[in-house]
Design a protein around this ligand. Sequence first.
Ligand SMILES: [Zn+2]
Length: 282
Amino acid sequence: MQVMICAYSERISWSTPPIAPSPGHARERSMDCGRARELNLDGLRGRISAETAAELREHLSTCARCRAHAAAERVLSDVLDSLPQHAAPLSLKRRLAERWPDPLSGTSPPRRSWTPRWPALATAAAALVLVVAGSTSLFVEQRAALRQLESESVNDHLRVLEGAPLARVTGGLHEVKPWFGGKLDFAPAVHFAGSDDFPLEGGAVEPFLDRRAAVFVYKRRLHTASLFVVPSEGLAFPPELQTQTVRGFHVALWQQEGQGYALVSDLELQELLELQAQIASR
Ligand SMILES: [Zn+2]
């Protein structure tokens, strides 16, 4: 992964010698290619004025080479943003430290003994690259699995809103829970029977990825919050609460005692977190 990034950025900078704007296009291209490329990254991060951004867009719309450059920069920037901040394993740090001469020690090794260490150091550096690349692809996989969970939760919430049949309850959890019996192969660990602020409206069983979820539907004024509970094994539910906004809905995901929880609503995040705290407290 690291090597690929280096090769990529070198290709970008080497294949793009400074280009003077062609006189014939001076009017359409008020920004020249050099300036456009300088501004690309700041543009991506929203650090340029609206006016400059408009000029940059205009340049990109007429210049295929700068468009390609901008696309490459976006990919590179996405990859760098997704890199984990993992520390190298301790054993690797020790191996690297052993091979690096100690600048503080009075007995610095004679030069001739340093030279043969280079191959070893190169091997250690290569190992570091492998560790980073390995953990990066694992991290990217985990992130993709998390995005899939979030997306599934929102899709299922939309199904609830569209009127998936709910077992209506008037008397709280003790009416919902027996209703799940026989429909699920696990007992959903939910103890929050609703409150005046978040009345429990009902329950349902819905497909959730490769399994069936117990669905609890809570209300808050005119808003609906769906809670999906599934056995968490094999799914990417985070051990600690994580929230994300997906297609305008807030999604809270967490895991507790072998069950995965997804709470979805268009409620304000603050209110959703209040509800989440009630559900997660035992
Ligand atoms: Zn250009």
